[in-house]
Design a protein around this ligand. Sequence first.
Ligand SMILES: [Zn+2]
Length: 432
Amino acid sequence: MSDVRAYRAGLVHCLDDPRSAGPDACVHHPDGLLLIENGHVAACGDWNALSPTLAADVPVEHLPGQILTPGFVDAHVHFPQLDMIASFSGQLLDWLESHTFPAERAFADRAHADDAARAFLDELLRNGTTTAMVFGSVHRTSVDALFEAALARDMRLIAGKALMDRGPDGLRDSVDQGRDETEALIADWSRHGRLGYAVTPRYALSSSPEQLTAAGEILARHDHVWMQTHLAENPREVALVAEAFPDARDYLDVYDRFGLVTDRSVFAHCVHMTDRALHRMAGCGAAIAHCPTSNLFLGSGLFDLARADAHGVSFGLGTDVGAGVSFSVLRTAAAACDVAQMKASPLNPLRAFYLATLGGARALGLADRIGSFQTGREADFVALDPAATPLLARRLRGVTDIAEILFALMVLGDDRVISRTWLAGAVAHRRN
Ligand SMILES: [Zn+2]
């Protein structure tokens, strides 16, 4: 028996990057029909055109005033930093010592990790995020807990245990332990349901060259796993990496030497990049997770979107919670617009929306599964409420232009505008 249901609402999704393909890359149906069959998109279009083709027994839910969009993609977020978001500190390296590492030590305890995993996934879904690439702590328990919770919700999630044999006390593995636990996690979880594994060296200085070598070997051994790490986030970090690897051409080259720069690699931040590194990333299909709220919070710097574009590097948006200040990819998209303004290369609203959906899916190599309403895509989607707050309702009264609506939802919205979130066609969050 197939499970078929239809939704009548506004619909908007991207088929391509509006920067290269123009505004028609975003398709808007003010009165649309989304047909879901067995957890996948079966049709998407205008209500008037499609509704006559619906079988009489297909249930139709009408969501007047609401706008359905593909679920948001968070290309970089830290699960064990859930409880220390919004902690005041200095810049990156001080913040790690004063807030992050103490919070992550608690994840050696499975009960704590289980509790945090539930709250973390609730928070993603409350914010309309249906896929994320997630850092665990150094403890494999943290990733076991997260995968178990995500599998139970049939969520498309990529995660990995942080490799850090040069980490601080209580957050250190060894080369052998890191390798064995990573292999065990891949065997236990990768490709179970919609789960994916990312080999996760924390950053160039948290792992010994031996551990980075092992990470590259694991990545080469499994063609279905990803790699995630941090790159060129903070000037002091970049200087310390250059000191530690005097022969490397730049920071990216450090990872390259260990086989970690591939089309399955996602690098968070990339604020202080050489042209050579951007060229290399574009050439091999590696992607950037642009984390604007985190970069502002820690004073890391302003990501240069125009330079990434000039080199043709793919990028998505990362909340980077706990340095990021919001789980909302909408808010993160608004911050990306702010940062682009500071660099005098404005990011238009349709493209910001693209980055939150299909662009993020492309950065993670998942655009054939998620990120749009093309037929056959997994039915991970959200309902946005343009009247979620009194101010939004006033601002959008009578507005029909979808770019204007989306921009207001990014700038003025957050989890309050997400009225419902679906995973594989099933409701996974409903706003109270
Ligand atoms: Zn991060």
